[in-house]
Design a protein around this ligand. Structure first.
Ligand SMILES: [Zn+2]
Length: 272
């Protein structure tokens, strides 16, 4: 079998009253977090991306899901989205990406999210449209706030575990995730039992129903990034055009760089 570093395992347990999803996404989370990056932000972005990685397992056909966390401090945002094929991506808004390291160093995740933090989830279910829910974040740690979201917004008892280990050098050494969700008709209190059983790895009657690869996929292209040329300094564009020098645009979501040749941005620089 081909080696897949990032994958999702789907299972049913407790006489098919609950679904369990397990994800191994160390490489994916590593790739999502640019360096250098504050450790607390790595955890925040990593957990959000792990949640999106797990939620791919709840999607069908052409469905997509996106998560948006709005932080009370800095008015920052943390984004992650995923589709049913296992394509996952995640990124931070400019406010967080450009926040001074000295400011972030003394800030905990709970402080960053604060009392005004919110968690929004949008599920695109194709022809039937989209469903958006939004809740507050009383726990301020993303993990328990996700369970809170499902309880409040979808009335579906759900439990998340999203451990991320950061090594002494500041690198992410491990990222995994578990999602347990009750299926219709299951008694609500079963979720607490599952939570305890997962801690002791004694899950009852578990049947693995699938194992699927997941991957970091942005979907960006030269066409998508072309409009960003308009935002560049006009003198810079003129100079590059005159000198016959290509201009590089880096996708802030995945870090891919695209080089635009002078003839490709001539239409913009000539109108300046
Ligand atoms: Zn990209």
């Amino acid at each position: 079998m081909l080696y897949e570093p990032n994958y999702l395992v789907k299972a049913l347990a407790y006489r098919s009253q609950a679904r369990l999803l397990f994800v191994e996404n160390t490489e994916l989370v590593k790739a999502v977090c640019p360096r250098p990056m504050n450790d607390m932000l790595k955890i925040a972005l990593g957990r959000t991306v792990s949640a999106a990685s797990l939620l791919t397992g709840t999607l069908k056909d052409h469905q997509r899901i996106s998560l948006k966390i709005k932080t009370g401090q800095k008015d920052g945002k943390i984004f992650a989205d995923a589709d049913a094929w296992g394509n996952v991506r995640g990124y931070l808004s400019d406010e967080l990406r450009n926040a001074p390291p000295a400011y972030l160093r003394h800030l905990s995740l709970e402080q960053l999210i604060g009392s005004k933090g919110s968690l929004q989830m949008t599920k695109d279910i194709g022809m039937q449209g989209t469903f958006t829910g939004i809740t507050d974040m009383p726990y301020g740690n993303i993990v328990d706030d996700l369970s809170h979201y499902f309880r409040q917004s979808e009335q579906t008892p759900t439990f998340f575990s999203l451990p991320i280990d950061i090594g002494a050098s500041g690198d992410i050494v491990r990222s995994r995730g578990v999602l347990a969700q009750l299926l219709p008709g299951a008694p609500t209190e079963l979720i607490d039992r599952i939570k305890n059983d997962l801690r002791t790895s004694k899950v009852e009657d578990m049947q693995v129903v699938g194992k699927e690869p997941i991957r970091l996929f942005c979907g960006c292209s030269k066409e998508v990034l072309f409009p960003m040329l308009h935002a560049l300094d006009k003198e810079e564009l003129k100079d590059a055009h005159a000198a016959g020098r290509p201009i590089e645009i880096v996708c802030h979501i995945c870090g891919n760089a695209y080089a635009f040749q002078p003839d490709e941005f001539a239409s913009i620089s000539e109108t300046l």
